[in-house]
Design a protein around this ligand. Structure first.
Ligand code: PMT
Length: 222
């Protein structure tokens, strides 16, 4: 049996992409497979936590013993997360939420015409920023998927969204990012520390992230 060092904790994890429909056929989304977030949910459960997993549309099975809430859009993900977040002492947001959604969803399939087609997009709510503002003693961990200026951009998100730590991956780096079984991350903390654990399987990285969360928790209760 794995060490039960999360016994008594409730962990809320988000995973996967969100899907913002243009019409009944098409949508705006991204390449997230959910593998990173599901690995975290499984690891947290194995280590004794009660786990709530809010998942966008992915092809993965709900992990055993985890309460999985399936959503499609960013707005649905926000509602699911905000209705459960108060229960959680630890929140890990590995979902790749679409920042924008079409202003209008066409009720029937948009027909092809001769000219170009423009789709107007509007901003989705920033779920993590909302949690960061309302957190009461919970440890809140974000992810950052970047293609440029990894540390600078992740550092800004850590600050702006009021997170305890952020796990940054450069999705252009071979071995890192979407849909792979491995990831390469830098973990940034509020005191300016940066950890660089090197390439790891997403399963091992999930345990590594949980180890770091437990360290933060033990320090904050000192
Ligand atoms: O799912 P996989 O295929 O395994 O891939 C893993 C991953 C690359 C998706 C994962 O490691 C990752 O980086 N997830 C975060 C992707 C992302 O959306 O990053 P971001 O920099 O756009 O967002 C920063 C943080 O804010 C994230 O924690 C995100 O969940 C959150 N966010 C973003 C936008 C928004 N509207 N609401 C949010 O809560």
């Amino acid at each position: 049996l794995a060490r039960q060092d999360l016994a008594g904790e409730t962990v809320l994890v988000t995973a996967g992409p969100t899907r913002e429909e243009i019409d009944p056929v098409r949508f705006v989304s991204n390449h997230s497979s959910g593998k990173m977030g599901y690995a975290i949910a499984r690891a947290a459960r194995r280590r004794g936590a009660k786990v709530i997993l809010v998942s966008g549309p992915v092809c993965l099975e709900s992990p055993y013993g985890v309460e999985t809430v399936r959503v499609k859009t960013a707005v649905e993900m926000r509602d699911a997360v905000m209705s459960r977040v108060a229960e959680a002492g630890i929140v890990v947001k590995s979902a790749a939420v679409a920042d924008y959604r079409p202003v209008k969803r066409a009720g029937s399939k948009i027909k092809k015409s001769d000219g170009a087609l423009s789709i107007e997009l509007e901003k989705n709510p920033d779920i993590l920023a909302e949690i960061g503002q309302s957190k009461q003693g919970a440890i809140v961990v974000g992810f950052a998927a970047e293609t440029d200026d990894l540390l600078a951009n992740a550092g800004k998100k850590l600050e702006k969204k009021n997170l305890d730590m952020i796990v940054a991956n450069d999705i252009g780096e071979p071995g890192a990012g979407f849909d792979l079984d491995t990831n390469i991350v830098r973990i940034l903390y509020r005191d300016g520390r940066v950890e660089e654990p090197g390439i790891m399987s997403k399963d091992n990285l999930a345990d590594f992230i949980i180890d770091r969360i437990l360290l933060l928790k033990s320090r904050s209760s000192d």
